[in-house]
Design a protein around this ligand. Structure first.
Ligand SMILES: Nc1ncnc2c1ncn2[C@@H]1O[C@H](COP(=O)(O)OP(=O)(O)OP(=O)(O)O)[C@@H](O)[C@H]1O
Ligand SMILES: [Mg+2]
Length: 250
């Protein structure tokens, strides 16, 4: 007997089993067992220091771990590779005051072997316009990087993270630096990317109402362990939120 399509089992894109990560001589993820559903938007929530960024960076292959991390993408490899994983880090390691424009930044990112003094190639400009269009920011191509608002900078980083088209998009507090009034629009943009390309999104957020609105799956981290996981309506209950964030969180 075949199952109706809506009941067919879709294996998770990523699964962790007893994942342990040490940083600074101590275990900061202590036996994480969790799944990232394929094609969904998974939010990772938890207090400062609970291990959210560590979890993302472990998925990215940047940190050594014990336990099991399975990445079931459509390619033949057991560990994530950057061409299939887009990443916007919590903190930038470039100086946002660089005296260059967004166009130059794309030139550096998409055509690394071509020094900027030769200008940005027409092919890269075309691709940059295309990518910026997908994050609704094509009008900022010639804005200096140090003149971008917090929200515009996040859009540029998002545009860079979706080239080449990833299967997994890791966004560590993507709405940091974005005004409250623009935050919803930014999350809607991420939801649209998820819908239009099928990319699996994992994002870290401290904004529980927004998580409830945009995420299809939630992982609650507390002290390096998973407190609860599942659909937002099952996970973001008063009891779970109090256990994860303290009794006054609501
Ligand atoms: N490079 C490092 N060296 C030593 N300890 C680290 C390092 N980076 C993180 N840690 C520790 O690992 C733990 C988890 O850090 P992580 O950055 O993953 O937390 P987080 O949940 O992302 O916090 P935040 O909400 O503040 O971003 C923290 O206790 C932190 O102090
Ligand atoms: Mg963090």
């Amino acid at each position: 007997m075949t199952l109706p399509l809506r009941m067919a089992y879709v294996p998770p894109l990523v699964s962790f089993r007893d994942l342990r990560v040490r940083r600074g001589g101590r275990e900061v993820l202590s036996g994480v067992t969790a799944e990232i559903p394929r094609g969904g938007v998974t939010a990772v929530v938890g207090l400062n220091g609970s291990g959210k960024s560590t979890l993302l960076r472990t998925m990215l292959g940047e940190l050594p771990f014990r336990g099991e991390l399975k990445f079931r993408c459509g390619h033949d490899h057991s560990r994530p590779r950057p061409e299939y994983v887009g990443y916007v880090p919590q903190r930038l390691h470039i100086d946002a005051r660089l005296p260059i424009t967004v166009r130059d930044l794309f030139g550096l990112a998409l055509n690394r072997w071509r020094p900027l003094i030769f200008g940005v190639s027409r092919r890269v400009v075309k691709r940059a316009v295309e990518l910026l269009g997908r994050v609704k920011a094509d009008h900022i191509l010639d804005v200096p990087v140090d003149g971008l608002s917090g929200g515009q900078l996040q859009r540029v980083l998002l545009a860079l993270a979706i080239d080449p088209q990833p299967e997994l998009l890791l966004l560590d507090e993507p709405a940091a630096g974005i005004d409250f009034k623009d935050e919803d629009e930014f999350y809607q943009l991420i939801a649209d990317l998820n819908c239009s390309t099928g990319v699996t999104v994992v994002l870290v957020s401290h904004d529980l109402p927004t998580v409830g609105k945009f995420a299809s799956h939630v992982l609650c981290l507390a002290g390096g362990v998973i407190r609860s996981q599942g659909h937002p309506s099952d996970v973001l209950t008063d009891t779970n939120v109090a256990a994860t964030f303290g009794t006054s969180a609501r």
